[in-house]
Design a protein around this ligand. Structure first.
Ligand SMILES: [Zn+2]
Length: 210
């Protein structure tokens, strides 16, 4: 038997292996390689046991933390806007919030306080938390995140007024540079009557103040 002669089975097997390798290649997230390169640039060895699967895990984590880019707010709300005669301010407190600062790609973590004054329509309660997640799971600055959440609620409920307050701690402040470990940042966005009417505005801020 000649040494370069391959049986039909060998050929099939090679084709299958090539196909499998191709699938692995096409499946691999391009971000994995970027993390592998980063690990090398940081002076680490990406082949050591503890780091072997890190690029794949980190890429998956980053995709998750940025999945808001893939999500359509209309689909998220998915008809959960209900007719209602409610006229008083609806307040939802302490919605947990996890986001990434767009300046350092480090987390900022906090809570959102949300209120709106219905104008014939209310939003399913769980949807407020979903709206927060859709905008938080992007590269963000806290000020914009606050505005986007408020404007989204305004748009889909046609509320008479909307107020959003976010208080968050930024890892880029706490872990590096100035290392102000107990500092937190508060941002707010008020629209409609909550913006225009001093009494309503005062009511909002007293309801969400801790
Ligand atoms: Zn930052």
């Amino acid at each position: 038997m000649g040494s370069i002669e391959l049986s039909r089975n060998d050929v099939l097997e090679n084709e299958q292996t090539a196909e499998a390798a191709k699938q692995v290649l096409t499946k691999a997230d391009p971000i994995e390689q970027l993390y592998r390169d980063m690990i090398v640039q940081l002076g680490e060895n990406p082949s050591r046991e503890g780091l072997m699967k890190t690029p794949a895990r980190a890429a998956k984590a980053m995709r998750f933390l940025c999945q808001g880019y893939e999500q359509d707010i209309q689909e998220v709300i998915n008809g959960a806007v209900f007719s209602s005669d409610a006229r008083d301010m609806v307040v939802v407190r302490d919605i947990e919030l996890y986001s990434l600062c767009e300046h350092h790609l480090l987390p900022f973590i906090g809570k959102a306080q949300i209120a709106y004054i219905p104008n014939g329509k209310v939003l399913g309660l769980s949807k407020l938390a979903r709206i927060v997640d859709v905008y938080a799971r992007r590269l963000q600055i806290q000020e914009e995140l606050t505005n986007q959440i408020a404007n989204c609620i305004q748009k889909y409920t046609d509320a008479k007024g909307v107020g959003v307050v976010i208080e968050a701690k930024h890892m880029c402040m706490m872990m590096r540079g100035v290392e102000k470990q107990n500092s937190s940042m508060t941002t707010s966005c008020v629209l409609g009557e909550i913006h225009d009417d001093p009494a309503t505005r005062a009511e909002f801020f007293s309801l969400v103040r801790r």
